[in-house]
Design a binder for this molecule. Sequence first.
Ligand SMILES: *Cc1c(COP(=O)(O)O)cnc(C)c1O
Length: 394
Amino acid sequence: MADRPLLNRALAGLGTTVFAEMSALAASTGAINLGQGFPDTDGPSAVAEAAVRAIREGRGNQYPPSIGTPELRAAVAEHQRRFYGLAYDPDTEVVITAGATEALAAALLALLEPGDEVVTLDPAYDAYAACLALARAVRVPVVLRPPAFRPDLDALRAAVTPRTRMLLLNSPHNPTGMVLTPDELRAIAELAVERDLLVVSDEVYEHLVYDGARHHPIAALPGMRDRTLTISSAGKTFSFTGWKVGWATGSADLVRAVRTTKQYLTFAGSGPFQYAVAEALRLPDAYFTGLREEMRERRDLLSDGLAAAGFDVLRPAGTYFVSAGIGPLGEDDGVAFCRSLPGRCGVVGIPHSVFHADPEAGRSVVRFAFCKKVAVLEEAVLRLKELTRPGAAG
Ligand SMILES: *Cc1c(COP(=O)(O)O)cnc(C)c1O
């Protein structure tokens, strides 16, 4: 045992996350935690009540079907049709998962062979690197550079080789808040068709797009339906991140591959919550526009506050994260900056470098979450201004 590391070597280097460190720092210092991206207010009480009702009525308390309850699969299919005009057969083209995270894991494990290259937008949600490593696939990052974080379409095209199997996309994008434009989506779709690539599209922030822009699933573009697996979840859209109800939609072949793998990851999960999420997906438009409006207001509050505190801020087009450059504050090391921030002003953020394949790439950018109560954000903004108050300690 001694001559061999215990941790599967594919996971070496992925052992500790800055999230845990920063959340612990927030807890021990009493700092406001704008690090991890979860809302500090629960979703609609009618949806919570639907979960309670399901438990009391004995729906979902025993193993639900591995592919998800018929009620939720129907509701997911209905949602894709209602918002995007995409038609999926709930019996063969939808699978329910333990959050978007399991959908991603099952998809990457099911669809990739060792050595397959996967082109990803970089920075990226941290589970991508881990799941690609478990699949023994090769991550090929295309870096989104500040201040605009737009993808370089020539670089994307150049990243595709004969070994490329998949494009792993995420829009609205965590951590940058970038939303792919219709033109960018069209160019990426054309590339996928031309090079015959699979696309896995993580759309968990689909309902958090601001300023009149809209979310467009890449699956809706010509030639994309049968090569795209679209992933989303209830966590971000309904502010129930702890329920871990997610789903994937795509061609029967793609969904069958995910279902096969999913059976041996969790088999099934979140029974009663599946019934509640089925109701949530059918909420009237007012819910979705209300959520967006509420988050837009918070985005503006935190973005303006960060700018007033001296950060270099690009107002994000989507998600509930704002990314801020620390250069104007005379800083260039995001990790050191985030470690010092709770002590200096009582706020926690996450350095972009942890989301990058090459940590140097995001060195001087920090991510803050604005899915918090207005009063919490107002207090955070006041505290952040301490950083540049004349006479404030270093
Ligand atoms: C939060 C998040 C997920 C995970 O979603 P769950 O439903 O909680 O598993 C996946 N992708 C991105 C980009 C996220 O921000």
